[in-house]
Design a protein. Structure first.
Length: 135
């Protein structure tokens, strides 16, 4: 049903919604960065559990925002953001591997990253779509 809403201009609407959500997450990160200064070392190289919590939190928020901005097809917007974000993560990972030959993270964490990102954005969209409406 959501794909029916993607008529002429609809796919552009979904892409713009995903990019707005991604930009919003970047802005939030820039604003919160000074507040996290005391945790700088911990955030620079978080343990795997903290990294998963940070990834899930940001991707849930991103998926929620994508669904909010992409009102015509909210879940499609969340999936689009998830695909975009997963691609960025994977390309970044490949660049680091090509440059340094290794990643400072457990192997399972590296392979779980794309799945966590994609699932988190979709779940954020589902939360947005499933939330109760005001009467």
């Amino acid at each position: 049903d959501a794909l029916r809403h993607l008529r002429v201009g609809g796919s552009a609407h979904v892409v713009v919604a995903a990019l707005k959500a991604y930009a919003s997450i970047v802005v939030v990160a820039v604003i919160l960065f000074p507040l996290a200064k005391p945790l700088q070392h911990r955030l620079a190289q978080p343990d795997p559990g903290s990294a998963i919590v940070i990834a899930l939190t940001t991707t849930l928020l991103g998926g929620y925002l994508a669904a909010h901005f992409g009102r015509r097809a909210p879940l499609v917007a969340s999936v689009t953001l998830g695909a975009f974000w997963t691609m960025i993560f994977t390309v970044g990972l490949l660049v680091v591997l090509a440059r340094f030959g290794h990643v400072n993270a457990p192997t399972w964490c590296v392979f779980a990253g794309p799945a966590i990102i994609f699932a988190g954005t979709i779940l954020g969209g589902v939360v947005r779509v499933a939330r109760p409406r005001a009467i």
